[in-house]
Design a protein around this ligand. Structure first.
Ligand SMILES: N[C@@H](CCC(=O)N[C@@H](CS)C(=O)NCC(=O)O)C(=O)O
Length: 165
Protein backbone atom coordinates (compact mmCIF):
# COMPACT_ATOMS: atom_id res chain seq x y z
CA UNK A 1 0.00 0.00 0.00
CA UNK A 2 1.35 3.42 -0.90
CA UNK A 3 -0.17 5.70 1.65
CA UNK A 4 -2.61 5.48 4.47
CA UNK A 5 -5.73 3.43 5.00
CA UNK A 6 -9.05 3.27 3.20
CA UNK A 7 -11.12 2.61 6.30
CA UNK A 8 -14.09 4.95 6.45
CA UNK A 9 -13.92 5.54 10.20
CA UNK A 10 -10.40 6.91 10.02
CA UNK A 11 -11.22 9.65 7.56
CA UNK A 12 -11.68 12.98 9.27
CA UNK A 13 -14.57 15.13 8.06
CA UNK A 14 -13.72 18.78 8.25
CA UNK A 15 -14.95 21.87 6.48
CA UNK A 16 -12.96 24.36 8.54
CA UNK A 17 -11.64 27.27 6.46
CA UNK A 18 -8.44 26.22 4.70
CA UNK A 19 -8.89 22.61 5.77
CA UNK A 20 -11.23 21.34 3.07
CA UNK A 21 -9.57 18.20 1.69
CA UNK A 22 -8.52 17.88 -1.94
CA UNK A 23 -10.82 15.30 -3.51
CA UNK A 24 -9.82 13.26 -6.56
CA UNK A 25 -12.11 10.62 -7.98
CA UNK A 26 -10.37 7.72 -9.69
CA UNK A 27 -12.97 6.60 -12.16
CA UNK A 28 -14.04 5.71 -15.66
CA UNK A 29 -16.62 7.73 -17.57
CA UNK A 30 -18.70 4.67 -18.52
CA UNK A 31 -18.70 3.01 -15.08
CA UNK A 32 -22.21 3.19 -13.61
CA UNK A 33 -20.97 3.35 -9.98
CA UNK A 34 -18.72 6.24 -11.00
CA UNK A 35 -21.68 7.98 -12.64
CA UNK A 36 -23.60 7.69 -9.36
CA UNK A 37 -20.75 9.28 -7.41
CA UNK A 38 -20.24 12.06 -9.95
CA UNK A 39 -23.97 12.87 -10.01
CA UNK A 40 -24.19 12.90 -6.23
CA UNK A 41 -21.18 15.22 -5.96
CA UNK A 42 -22.71 17.53 -8.56
CA UNK A 43 -26.02 17.65 -6.69
CA UNK A 44 -24.17 18.51 -3.48
CA UNK A 45 -22.12 21.21 -5.21
CA UNK A 46 -18.84 19.42 -4.48
CA UNK A 47 -16.09 19.64 -7.07
CA UNK A 48 -14.12 16.44 -7.61
CA UNK A 49 -11.00 16.24 -9.69
CA UNK A 50 -11.85 13.44 -12.09
CA UNK A 51 -9.01 11.04 -12.81
CA UNK A 52 -9.92 8.75 -15.69
CA UNK A 53 -7.84 5.61 -15.21
CA UNK A 54 -8.40 4.49 -18.81
CA UNK A 55 -7.26 7.76 -20.31
CA UNK A 56 -4.25 8.36 -18.08
CA UNK A 57 -2.06 5.34 -17.22
CA UNK A 58 -0.53 7.29 -14.35
CA UNK A 59 -3.88 7.41 -12.49
CA UNK A 60 -4.33 3.66 -12.92
CA UNK A 61 -0.82 2.99 -11.62
CA UNK A 62 -1.40 5.24 -8.61
CA UNK A 63 -4.68 3.51 -7.84
CA UNK A 64 -3.22 0.01 -8.10
CA UNK A 65 -0.21 1.04 -5.99
CA UNK A 66 -2.52 2.39 -3.30
CA UNK A 67 -5.22 -0.27 -3.33
CA UNK A 68 -3.71 -3.29 -5.03
CA UNK A 69 -6.46 -3.30 -7.67
CA UNK A 70 -7.95 -1.04 -10.32
CA UNK A 71 -11.60 -1.19 -9.24
CA UNK A 72 -13.29 2.19 -9.49
CA UNK A 73 -14.69 4.46 -8.17
CA UNK A 74 -12.19 5.35 -5.45
CA UNK A 75 -12.01 8.73 -3.81
CA UNK A 76 -8.57 10.00 -2.90
CA UNK A 77 -8.87 12.39 0.03
CA UNK A 78 -5.90 14.57 0.77
CA UNK A 79 -6.19 16.56 3.97
CA UNK A 80 -4.66 19.94 4.66
CA UNK A 81 -1.86 18.26 6.60
CA UNK A 82 -0.97 16.08 3.61
CA UNK A 83 -2.49 12.86 4.98
CA UNK A 84 -4.07 10.79 2.26
CA UNK A 85 -6.97 8.35 2.46
CA UNK A 86 -8.28 6.15 -0.30
CA UNK A 87 -12.02 5.54 -0.05
CA UNK A 88 -13.53 2.82 -2.30
CA UNK A 89 -17.21 1.80 -2.69
CA UNK A 90 -19.59 4.23 -4.36
CA UNK A 91 -22.07 4.29 -1.47
CA UNK A 92 -19.34 4.98 1.09
CA UNK A 93 -17.99 7.76 -1.09
CA UNK A 94 -21.44 9.34 -1.42
CA UNK A 95 -21.97 9.04 2.34
CA UNK A 96 -18.64 10.74 2.97
CA UNK A 97 -19.44 13.57 0.55
CA UNK A 98 -22.78 14.06 2.25
CA UNK A 99 -21.08 14.39 5.61
CA UNK A 100 -18.76 16.98 4.12
CA UNK A 101 -21.71 19.15 3.16
CA UNK A 102 -23.35 18.97 6.56
CA UNK A 103 -22.42 21.45 9.23
CA UNK A 104 -21.80 19.47 12.39
CA UNK A 105 -23.24 21.01 15.52
CA UNK A 106 -20.24 21.80 17.73
CA UNK A 107 -22.43 21.69 20.86
CA UNK A 108 -23.33 18.21 22.14
CA UNK A 109 -27.04 17.40 22.34
CA UNK A 110 -26.97 16.89 26.08
CA UNK A 111 -26.13 20.56 26.53
CA UNK A 112 -29.41 21.60 24.90
CA UNK A 113 -31.36 18.96 26.83
CA UNK A 114 -29.96 20.46 30.00
CA UNK A 115 -31.23 23.97 29.24
CA UNK A 116 -34.94 23.70 30.23
CA UNK A 117 -34.25 22.16 33.68
CA UNK A 118 -31.36 24.56 34.22
CA UNK A 119 -33.69 27.49 33.46
CA UNK A 120 -36.22 26.29 36.08
CA UNK A 121 -33.58 25.47 38.70
CA UNK A 122 -31.90 28.85 38.18
CA UNK A 123 -35.17 30.69 38.90
CA UNK A 124 -35.76 28.56 42.01
CA UNK A 125 -32.24 29.35 43.23
CA UNK A 126 -32.70 33.07 42.57
CA UNK A 127 -36.04 33.18 44.42
CA UNK A 128 -34.55 31.17 47.30
CA UNK A 129 -31.57 33.54 47.32
CA UNK A 130 -33.87 36.53 47.60
CA UNK A 131 -35.79 34.93 50.46
CA UNK A 132 -32.86 33.57 52.45
CA UNK A 133 -30.70 36.08 54.31
CA UNK A 134 -26.94 36.04 54.66
CA UNK A 135 -24.16 34.26 52.82
CA UNK A 136 -26.26 31.26 51.85
CA UNK A 137 -28.80 33.55 50.16
CA UNK A 138 -26.06 35.39 48.28
CA UNK A 139 -24.55 32.08 47.13
CA UNK A 140 -27.93 30.84 45.89
CA UNK A 141 -28.53 34.12 44.09
CA UNK A 142 -25.11 33.94 42.44
CA UNK A 143 -25.59 30.30 41.40
CA UNK A 144 -29.04 31.03 39.96
CA UNK A 145 -27.73 34.05 38.04
CA UNK A 146 -24.89 32.00 36.52
CA UNK A 147 -27.44 29.38 35.44
CA UNK A 148 -29.68 32.00 33.81
CA UNK A 149 -26.74 33.60 32.01
CA UNK A 150 -25.66 30.17 30.71
CA UNK A 151 -29.15 29.44 29.35
CA UNK A 152 -29.47 32.85 27.69
CA UNK A 153 -25.94 32.61 26.22
CA UNK A 154 -26.66 29.18 24.73
CA UNK A 155 -29.92 30.44 23.27
CA UNK A 156 -28.22 33.43 21.62
CA UNK A 157 -25.44 31.18 20.25
CA UNK A 158 -28.00 28.74 18.82
CA UNK A 159 -30.00 31.52 17.12
CA UNK A 160 -26.85 33.07 15.62
CA UNK A 161 -25.63 29.68 14.40
CA UNK A 162 -29.01 28.96 12.78
CA UNK A 163 -28.90 32.31 10.96
CA UNK A 164 -25.50 31.48 9.45
CA UNK A 165 -26.64 28.21 7.87
N1 LIG B 1 -19.28 -2.13 -5.08
C1 LIG B 1 -18.44 -1.27 -5.90
C2 LIG B 1 -18.44 -1.80 -7.31
C3 LIG B 1 -17.37 -1.14 -8.15
C4 LIG B 1 -17.22 -1.85 -9.51
O1 LIG B 1 -17.72 -2.96 -9.69
N2 LIG B 1 -16.54 -1.18 -10.42
C5 LIG B 1 -16.28 -1.73 -11.72
C6 LIG B 1 -16.57 -0.69 -12.78
S1 LIG B 1 -18.27 -0.19 -12.81
C7 LIG B 1 -14.81 -2.02 -11.86
O2 LIG B 1 -13.97 -1.19 -11.55
N3 LIG B 1 -14.50 -3.24 -12.33
C8 LIG B 1 -13.14 -3.60 -12.68
C9 LIG B 1 -12.32 -4.11 -11.56
O3 LIG B 1 -12.85 -4.40 -10.44
O4 LIG B 1 -11.10 -4.21 -11.74
C10 LIG B 1 -18.94 0.16 -5.77
O5 LIG B 1 -20.11 0.34 -5.43
O6 LIG B 1 -18.15 1.08 -5.96
Amino acid sequence: MADSSHQRSQIPVTRAPGQMPALSLYQRPSCSYCVQVRSAAERMGITLELRDIRQEPRWREELVAARGRATVPVLRIEGAGGTTHWLPESLDIIRYLKELTEQPDPVPRWVDRLMPPLWMISWVLIIAGLVIDGGAGTALLAAGSVGLVAVVARRIAAVMSARQT
